[in-house]
Write a protein that binds this ligand. Structure first.
Ligand SMILES: [Zn+2]
Length: 425
């Protein structure tokens, strides 16, 4: 077994033991407090950016946003890797700089978050994913197929350890390049972004027992098609280049990875949604403390029937910068309309709608893209439902343009609800 697999395995064992110890929310809070204390005393001071602070509580650290992170990049990692070095490596298609792995978050070009992690950290991450997704691994063998951003065929060597056979499929090559290989592997666990799962489900020939969707928001339309095509329930893995943030339980409910990450919450207006500030107390190479994510979450007010003490999430509803900013019907200021409101209006309008995009392209212009072969009645129903949902949210929209035709999926992150217009500051 190579070193990478060893890191994955030790994380796997650690997380499994931890899951047995953390039974209640109070157990989780105590564990987090102890780990945060160590993180603040030992990891944080090693980053020059925090050298003068000697923080005792998390709140002693400033909130970090993407712009500040990028502006102080070399002060925030222990090896002094500069942003220019990291970007040069990414531009050249290399994922390495000085032995570290470089990654970037999705976002508009020039405004993408950049991250460095060690090889050990990457495989620890993988071990944690496996620990949280393979409940019966102690007595069952598993064939796990992973197609995730950042894990390419390079990792094929880490393929076999004990009862788990792992195989990596490269997203950059596209599904068609390895669809047959994947079928031949007959995975019983499949982890991939939703658009890849959907393409695989539509192609047929795969019946994994456990299906996990990661790296993008899982829409209800995709869920239906994947579950029908593969005959298994889809569970979500909430991940970002920033880290592993949550994994769905057998009840289909997403639970936050509070055993590795401390979450703080900022409300988004009066929408009932929140955005997270995350502190990853397991990572050391780059300090990730009180980092403001772009995601919109709806937290569940009740515990999950599975009994997990980890916070349950009703939905990851999209990104903060895709929230529509439309003129208020009352005549002054803007109204925020969150992506879940837009998405649900369109999907619920007609069962025949299997794909769509809704884009805010101007101060009061919204464009609804639907499949070319969708019957006119369904398209009109979607437009009417969207207009009604925006009106209920208190927004006044001059025009909802209907556009026949959808962009073909690319290897970029799929955002069905998108704001392509920036309000003047
Ligand atoms: Zn649960």
């Amino acid at each position: 077994m190579n070193v990478s697999a060893l890191h994955a395995l030790s994380a796997f064992v650690r997380i499994r033991r931890l899951a047995r110890r953390l039974r209640t929310p109070a157990d989780v809070a105590r564990w987090r407090a102890a780990r945060l204390d160590r993180f603040l005393r030992r990891t944080v001071p090693r980053a020059p950016y925090y050298a003068d602070l000697s923080p005792r509580l998390l709140g002693d650290l400033p909130v970090m946003d993407k712009a500040t992170l990028l502006a102080n990049f070399e002060q925030l990692n222990q090896r002094g890797v500069t942003l220019a070095e990291a970007r040069a490596a990414l531009d050249a298609g290399r994922q390495r700089v000085r032995g570290l792995i470089v990654g970037q978050s999705t976002g508009t070009s020039g405004n993408r978050g950049v991250f460095v992690i060690s090889e050990a950290e990457r495989f620890t991450w993988l071990g944690v994913i496996l620990a949280k997704t393979l409940p019966d691994v102690l007595w069952a063998r598993h064939r796990v197929a992973l197609a995730l951003p950042g894990y390419s065929k390079l990792y094929a060597s880490a393929a076999e350890s004990g009862r788990v056979a792992l195989r990596f499929f490269d997203l950059a090559e596209g599904v068609d390049a390895w669809r047959d290989q994947l079928r031949a592997f007959t995975p019983d666990v499949l982890v991939a972004p939703p658009k890849v799962l959907r393409s695989l489900a539509e192609g047929g020939g795969l019946r994994p027992r456990h299906v996990f969707s990661g790296a993008e928001v899982l829409d209800a339309v995709d869920r239906r098609i994947i579950e029908a095509g593969m005959g298994a329930k889809v569970r979500e893995i909430y991940m970002a280049t920033e880290g592993l943030l949550g994994v769905g339980c057998p009840h289909g409910v997403l639970h936050l990875a509070e055993d590795a990450v401390a979450f703080e919450w900022e409300p988004v207006g009066d929408t009932g949604l929140v955005t997270p500030l995350i502190t990853d107390f397991t990572r050391e190479v780059q300090v990730m403390a009180r980092y403001r994510m772009n995601d919109l979450l709806r937290l569940s007010p009740t515990p999950c029937p599975c009994g997990s003490p980890l916070q349950a999430v009703e939905g990851v509803e999209g990104r903060q910068d895709d929230v529509f900013q439309l003129p208020a019907a009352s005549g002054s200021g803007f109204r925020m309309v969150t992506p879940d409101v837009v998405r649900n209006a369109v999907i619920d309008a007609d069962r025949r709608i299997l794909d769509f995009r809704v884009v805010q392209t101007g101060p009061d212009v919204v464009v609804l893209h639907l499949a070319r072969d969708l019957p006119t009645a369904a398209a009109q129903a979607a437009r009417v439902a969207l207009a009604a949902a925006l009106a209920r949210a208190g927004a006044a929209v001059e025009t909802i343009e209907l556009s026949a035709g959808l962009d073909a999926p690319t290897d970029r992150k799929l955002r069905r609800v998108r704001r392509d217009w920036t309000p003047p500051a």
